[in-house]
Design a protein around this ligand. Structure first.
Ligand code: DGL
Length: 257
């Protein structure tokens, strides 16, 4: 079992921001990464559609003998993780907007969350925010077209900066001192984000926390791999080689899920 791969999935290349953290912390694991680009973006899909896709991909990863699955997508986690945990016996690690560390670190008592519509409207996100809303003010904002910009290879472009300025303008009128990135595509917008955000605003992304939780789970179940290290990449759409190359990935296989 310990030599079996870890499965990681997202709607597209966004989950690579989580994969990088996993690779760094767990260099000897074999990983199968699935980008559901035929159904991207997830952010505007219904809860039922997101559950259906997450279910199908998890099934496929389990058929490839994955010993653990990382849902490297906030939209899929906040909408489908309870379904996945109730359906499959394999352990799941999810990713949700990291409001807690932002709330704990905030001096102004105001934090911003930038995420997809699907994440912000989910019950899980609403419940997490409620838990923290007693102590701090949480200002949420839907990212418009930001996932598409990353998927088109335009993360570091004038269009990305223009769109981010528009989306962030309302929350920047408030004294936020933390911006939680509630979508795994958004860490790739780091450059334009840094040029827009005031210097006192800390960007919070939880790729590393997900990697730590993955390691903890593998250790507690005694299924850590010490001899692997390969990553195989799959896309449900015809792979855009130029895009994947921008993320350092040369070989991507198309698969129908
Ligand atoms: N990267 C995903 C997330 O973390 C999905 C974005 C999308 O497909 O809309 O939410």
């Amino acid at each position: 079992m310990h030599k079996n791969p870890i499965g990681v999935f997202d709607s597209g290349v966004g989950g690579l921001s989580v994969l990088y953290a996993i690779r760094k912390m767990l260099p000897n694991e074999d990983v199968i990464y699935v980008a559901d680009q035929a159904f991207s973006p997830y952010g505007k899909r219904t809860k039922e559609e997101i559950i259906k896709r997450s279910d199908a991909i998890s099934n496929w990863l389990i058929s490839k003998n994955c010993k653990l699955i990382v849902v490297a997508c906030n939209t899929a986690t906040t909408n489908a993780i309870s379904h996945l945990r109730n359906t499959f016996t394999v352990p799941f690690v999810g990713i949700e907007p990291a409001i807690k560390p932002a709330a704990l670190g905030s001096k102004t008592g105001v934090v911003g969350v930038l995420a997809t519509e699907g994440t912000l409207s989910s019950e899980l996100f609403q419940a997490t925010t409620q838990d923290h809303a007693k102590d701090i003010e949480v200002i949420t904002q839907i990212g418009h077209g930001l996932v598409a910009l990353v998927e088109e290879g335009n993360a570091d472009s004038p269009q990305a900066e223009i769109q981010l300025r528009k989306d962030l303008a309302p929350m920047l009128k408030k004294p936020i001192d933390h911006l939680v990135l509630g979508c795994t595509h958004y860490p790739f917008l780091n450059k334009p984000l840094k040029s827009i955000l005031p210097k006192n605003v800390t960007i919070v992304d939880c790729g590393e926390a997900v990697a730590k939780q993955t390691k903890r789970l593998l250790e507690s179940r005694e299924i850590l791999n010490t001899v692997g290290g390969r990553t195989n990449y799959y896309s449900t759409a015809f792979p855009n080689k130029k895009l994947w190359k921008m993320f350092g990935v040369i070989e991507v296989n198309q698969t129908a899920i």
